[in-house]
Design a protein around this ligand. Sequence first.
Ligand SMILES: C[S@@+](CC[C@H](N)C(=O)[O-])C[C@H]1O[C@@H](n2cnc3c(N)ncnc32)[C@H](O)[C@@H]1O
Length: 262
Amino acid sequence: MSVDFAGDTSRLYARYRRDLPADQAAELAHLLGLSANDVLVDLGCGTGQLAVPLRRHCRAVLGLDPEPGMLTGLRARAAPGILTVLGADSDLPQLRSLLVSGQGAGAGAVVIGNALHWMDEPAALAAAGALLRTGGGVAVVTQGPPLWLGAEPWQAGVRAVLEQGRGQVRDTCGSDEAALHMRSDILRDQGLDVSITRWQATHQVDTEWVIGHLGSALPDGALQLDQPDGLAERLRASLVSQNGHLLEEVTTTALVGRRGRD
Ligand SMILES: C[S@@+](CC[C@H](N)C(=O)[O-])C[C@H]1O[C@@H](n2cnc3c(N)ncnc32)[C@H](O)[C@@H]1O
């Protein structure tokens, strides 16, 4: 689905998107070779789903995002040691001149969570790799499938409601195997050592959570909350018919590329 992240979208994002769990963040930090002295760059940081749990594994986090509402949501979490920058993937070369040139050794890690599909992927991964210190790593983290593409009957119902008047909503947001392989190849072509790690989770969710989560993936106002037959109401009717048995299977995939010694 195409979306910008302003207004309600970023407010709902802060409330209805999960942080990477602490144990997975610790494992990811280890895979990245992150140390307590490192600066970590979170590109497309949103409201901090990676930045906040990874912060305890490094010295400071620089969260970059082009949507002010997302950065406002991250700042509202008042997490010490996280700086926010209004910026995009196209700003990475300028960031390199700050972090790598002169006295700086480079970033310990660049992480990109559920955001690479919004960017020029080869250019963004090349610019991310160029920010790294020796031994540092890039991580592309995805959570899939998107809620509306899941295999559960209630998810098929959500998909059917979304597709009314909107056409097919089959975009995996970069969480499919083809995207993973293409991204792995890009990192390998940069000379990085590539690994892939997956974590599975099953979440019990409820109607309000599903509607809020969908609102965080749709343009501002798309839920039509003030309309009796608006999208939110049609989703609620579909979900109620499932008697509240709403389980969501999520696979989190971390594609990591490490820069070895030259
Ligand atoms: C789906 S959210 C992901 C947020 C968070 N990283 C997570 O793991 O949930 C995608 C984010 O990418 C940001 N974004 C979109 N285009 C971007 C670009 N060209 N460069 C950097 N971030 C971008 C959006 O503003 C949004 O905050």
